[in-house]
Design a binder for this molecule. Structure first.
Ligand SMILES: [Zn+2]
Length: 150
């Protein structure tokens, strides 16, 4: 599946899910989930294991941060797993963000962070975006990896 097809499928699912949540009266949950889904669809995707892909391009001048990740990842290897891949990408991003967080703390800049509840819902959204990508790639959870990848 091409990058734009992944984006279309994921954003459609995001719109339907968040739209339903808003209609049901859960606007804050929809916002947090939508943020996670969009983050996992547009910026941090399993295909960051490729040197050229839409997500990496969207990082603009910061796209260089994903070069080591792509260099260390075999396409559709660990990056295309259900738990390890998405978790490694978040941890990898945290490594880059850590000096910024340290610098902000050092400069006594205290940004207002979302609540733990909203952060948790956003992380769930991020994982859902990753899993939808994997399903669209034909990779099923707990499937035999040597048969499920093309
Ligand atoms: Zn993929």
């Amino acid at each position: 599946m091409h990058g734009y097809q992944h984006t279309t499928v994921n954003l459609t699912a995001t719109s339907i899910t968040c739209g339903a949540l808003i209609l049901a009266g859960y606007a804050e949950t929809a916002l947090a989930l939508g943020a996670g889904l969009a983050f996992g669809t547009l910026l941090v995707t399993p295909d960051l294991d490729l040197h050229r892909n839409d997500a990496r391009r969207r990082w603009g001048k910061l796209r260089f941060i994903w070069a080591p990740y792509a260099a260390l990842s075999r396409h559709r290897g660990m990056s295309h797993t259900y738990l390890a891949g998405p978790t490694i990408r978040l941890a990898y991003l945290a490594l880059w963000a850590a000096p910024l967080a340290w610098g902000a703390q050092h400069l006594q800049i205290t940004p207002t962070l979302p609540s733990w509840n909203h952060m948790t819902i956003a992380i769930i959204g991020y994982f859902l975006a990753q899993w939808l990508h994997l399903l669209c790639d034909g990779i099923v959870p707990l499937g035999r990896s040597d048969h499920s990848r093309h």
